[in-house]
Design a protein around this ligand. Sequence first.
Ligand SMILES: [Zn+2]
Length: 156
Amino acid sequence: MLNNALFTVDYSEMVIVKDIDFYSLCEHHLLPFFGKCHVAYIPSNKVIGLSKVPRLVDVFARRLQVQERLTSQIADTIREKITPLGVAVVMEATHLCMSMRGVEKQNSFAVTSAMHGAFRNNARTRMEFLELIKLRSAVPGVRDSAPATYACMAED
Ligand SMILES: [Zn+2]
């Protein structure tokens, strides 16, 4: 799907596309979850056109999803297409299925991440990325929210 959007470059600075709005449906409850997606990667010799990153997020979000899987599908696709030195995807979402079941309000907000390569191995690279996206989970309370799948799949 990205075949016309790949370019060859000779730099290896972090490429970041943040605050991508996404809207998806939770496959367990068929209820919406939506929020922001942040994507970063460090090219080895190919980059993806910046406008194509939100489109990629959209393609996977349009299916019935689980937030964790959606997060890793985006990261895995970027890995497969351009073999970067590192890729990171963070998604912050509000799950209606969680709020409707009366889960505490702050816990209906879930953060998931997929970190590969330099973002996994190098704490400074990871911190730089998290700094750049100013993750809302740095706000007290949200950091302690339940993992999305756990919260979403838990039956009353
Ligand atoms: Zn759900």
